[in-house]
Design a protein around this ligand. Sequence first.
Ligand code: HEC
Ligand code: HEC
Ligand code: HEC
Ligand code: HEC
Length: 343
Amino acid sequence: MMQGTRYQGILFAGAGLTLGLLLALPEAAQARAPDPAKVMGATECAECHKEETETWKKTRHYKTFKELPRNKEARKIGKALGLRRVRSEGLCLTCHFSSKTEDNGKTKPIAGISCESCHSPAKDWIKRHSKYSGKKKETETPEEAKQRWIDAEAAGMIRPSMIYTLTKNCYGCHIVPEEKLVNKGGHPAGSPFELVRWSQGEIRHNTWHNSGKENRPLSQERLRLFYAVGVAVELENSLRALSTATEKDRFAVTMAKRVQIVRLRARRLARATKDPDLIALARAASGARLSLGEAKSLAGVADLVAKAAKSFAEKHDGSKLAAIDRFLPKSKEHKGETRAPGS
Ligand code: HEC
Ligand code: HEC
Ligand code: HEC
Ligand code: HEC
């Protein structure tokens, strides 16, 4: 598995501690960890995507690379989990850092949460998505452009149009599905994350498709989709996390509470929109028994929620979802400051 790659402990060396995980990565973490052999690194993206990169550099996602290793809390968590001189790829790395396999075969962390944490490792799609099929922007035909995007997606690229997949990525880290890390390590069980609030502040980098003139706010239609898909994925992932709980402790309790709150939100959305997918997922979740020993049924409900969420995201462009407007957070609630291009 991942034992072959070595984490040298550079980042946490100050504490004389190497944070990693004694165990091989649990399945959930493996699914989340991007393949370091396919990571290019943000400096590659920056060659063309200057504004997006400057915006990223102002975010916590960027700054955590330098700051986390000095964080006392991080040392405490490491200690509580007995993470000493562990040289395997660490569990911490999968959510806090981007790792890359260098030409010499060594894998090491190169940045915090970066472009490819959200758009997926780019080795197989970076050339294809950017080269206008070997022509100039003006001479590429619409058919060629269409095929180019089909190829980029087939090679794993996560594009802005793929709202469900993008959102799954955020929640894959922002709900922490690791019981031991939470109960024994004392790590937060996740963030008070809501997609509109958390994506439209410091994270927003809609500066490409208008040539960097403006950091475009989302359209009302897209805001509605973000909000509803965010609720659906939060429900899915908190149900999934709860399904893995084995003891009545902080992890299980926090996840059960989270399910309770977000399923109410889903019910309100379903009632307001009368959308069949939202009705289906709210109904599935309302019957779920939020207790230990329900692993199978909870995972089953999470699957139903996922299916309905995907169907919802594919069906809608947001234009028929005005009923969601009253649920949308105000722009002053957005997390962090949105960067203006050139600033
Ligand atoms: C050689 C220049 C170049 C490099 C390097 C590059 N891109 Fe792009 N990127 C482009 C171009 C050109 C487009 C727009 C193509 C179009 O609109 O048809 C684009 C579009 C995008 C989009 C928007 C896709 C969409 O659906 O609208 C994303 C996301 C993106 N790039 C991410 C990245 C990431 C992440 C990296 C680094 C791993 C990267 N790019 C590296 C040139 C580049
Ligand atoms: C499943 C993803 C995930 C894993 C695995 C993970 N973290 Fe985190 N961590 C997060 C998220 C998300 C936050 C932000 C929580 C919030 O919003 O308050 C966070 C926050 C933290 C913080 C507080 C940061 C601050 O700026 O105050 C520390 C310290 C931390 N993590 C250390 C660790 C250590 C050490 C490990 C490995 C033993 C680890 N994390 C593994 C997702 C993860
Ligand atoms: C935290 C996740 C995340 C990170 C990190 C991230 N992106 Fe994005 N990116 C997104 C999301 C979400 C969107 C779509 C937003 C929307 O639809 O309005 C997006 C949109 C884009 C677009 C299209 C912008 C436009 O004008 O429509 C480009 C290009 C892009 N990202 C490139 C990058 C590059 C380059 C980096 C690294 C420097 C990066 N992204 C880092 C999540 C991320
Ligand atoms: C690979 C894991 C990962 C992914 C994917 C991810 N995040 Fe994060 N995010 C984190 C961690 C870890 C932190 C906390 C960093 C710290 O404080 O040291 C964080 C912090 C943030 C913050 C700053 C919060 C604060 O307290 O100031 C925002 C905003 C944010 N994330 C939004 C998003 C959005 C929106 C997406 C998806 C489009 C996303 N994140 C995807 C791991 C991730």
